[in-house]
Write a protein that binds this ligand. Structure first.
Ligand code: NAD
Ligand code: TYD
Length: 348
């Protein structure tokens, strides 16, 4: 049985990629490698864990020996690499963790792939999942294209930019077959509540303040996570060798407007009088080095591969809120323990 190895499959985006591949390709063995850090949660995968073509291996991508052994044993034909430290605020507090996982972890995977595929690159593919944040920040106008120069500002984006450069270097130096996707901000079911949207959903449910950094006019381009998983499937199978593809929602929101839209939908769903949730909005100290605006030009993936988002933001947000309302147990589990410590250090 052909196998594809997916790293970070217990995380937010990774779990949706695993689900997409396990269900769509029953003849392919999907192997999920995840260290189960605070962001990894096997509860995200209960619906696929019994599938014949799915296997989970708890392993840390920073452990080169273990990673080599897994590659030797399973001889995957493809790798989709999502495992990472992914939160900008944590990267400001602990930059070295981001270098270790995002840079060294990625190089370990590249070395292992290069080792087992050496001289037999036909039909193989290393897909590196990256972010639009590598391009830095835009002013009020313009878009990131695949040709935009890298200019990362946060320790998170610097570590992702570095990993992207290593992936290209292995393609150019050794001929490793690679593709890279650089995606905008995702949202959807299973989103860990340290990121803006799920954090606000969680706080609204608990009548806690909704912390808006700075003046709230920072802009992000939001994409429903299942649309990202579908873009990864398409680029993994049909993207050009050595190519990179920007993935985005054509959907820019200033943070304050987004939170107001969320509040209005939550008032309705929770049957609270209109304007109730908005009263929780609280402006707090800004994030250091806060990037003003991200906006993706996703025309290349649209024109070359026919990909486009399947839902509007209002629909995607509504589905997301419904998922959180239907999965309050999930939310409670991930916000106990370590999360409380993180929250009080970050916001108090
Ligand atoms: P996440 O933080 O929700 O999940 C990361 C996963 O990686 C977790 O399951 C965690 O346990 C695992 N992991 C972390 N360190 C590991 C290690 N050393 N070894 C093995 N597993 C490890 O992240 P996410 O939001 O799902 O992002 C996934 C990928 O997509 C990341 O590479 C991120 O840079 C990229 N990305 C994210 C977004 C976004 O909006 N969330 C947008 C564009 C790109
Ligand atoms: P986040 O979800 O952390 O994603 P990223 O930093 O990768 O874009 O943040 C999205 C935007 O929301 C970003 O401009 C920072 C802002 N933000 C807040 O205003 N308050 C918060 O509590 C958080 C977590 C983020």
């Amino acid at each position: 049985m052909k196998s594809i190895l997916i790293t970070g499959g217990a995380g937010f985006i990774g779990s949706h990629v695993i689900r997409e591949f396990v269900n769509k390709y029953p003849e392919v063995k999907i192997i999920n490698i995840d260290a189960l850090t605070y962001a990894g949660n096997l509860e995200n995968l209960t619906d696929v864990e019994g599938s014949k073509n799915y296997k989970f291996i708890k392993a840390d991508i920073t452990d080169a020996k273990v990673i080599f052994e897994i590659f030797e044993e399973h001889q995957p034909e493809g790798i989709i690499h999502l495992a990472a430290e992914s939160h900008v605020d944590r990267s400001i507090t602990n930059p070295l963790d981001f270098v270790i996982t995002n840079v060294i972890g990625t190089v370990n995977l590249l070395n292992a792939a290069n080792h087992i595929w050496k001289g037999k690159y036909e039909g193989k593919r290393f897909h590196h999942v990256s972010t639009d944040e590598v391009y830095g920040a835009l002013g009020d106008t313009g878009f990131f294209t695949e040709e935009t120069s890298y200019d990362p500002h946060s320790p998170y984006s610097a570590s992702k930019a570095s990993s992207d450069h290593f992936v290209r270097a292995y393609h150019d130096t050794y001929g490793l077959p690679v593709v890279i996707t650089n995606c905008s901000n995702n949202y959807g079911p299973n989103h860990f509540p340290e990121k803006l949207i799920p954090l606000c959903i969680h706080n609204i449910l608990n009548n806690k303040p909704l912390p808006i950094y700075g003046n709230g006019k920072y802009t992000r381009d939001w994409l429903y996570v299942i649309d990202h998983a579908k873009a990864i499937d398409l680029v993994f199978h049909e993207g050009k060798d050595g190519g990179s593809y920007n993935v985005g929602g054509f959907n820019e929101w200033q943070n304050i407007d987004l939170v107001k839209e969320l509040c209005s939908q939550m008032d309705e769903k929770l049957k609270r009088p209109s304007g109730t949730c908005e009263q929780l909005i609280t402006y707090v100290k800004d994030r250091p080095g806060h990037d003003l605006r991200y906006a993706i030009d996703a025309n290349k993936i649209n024109q070359e591969l026919g990909w486009k988002p399947s839902v509007t933001f209002e629909e995607g947000l509504s589905k997301t809120i419904d998922w959180f309302l239907d999965n309050k147990g999930w939310l409670e589990n991930v916000t106990s323990g370590e999360y409380q410590k993180y929250y009080s250090t970050q916001y108090n």
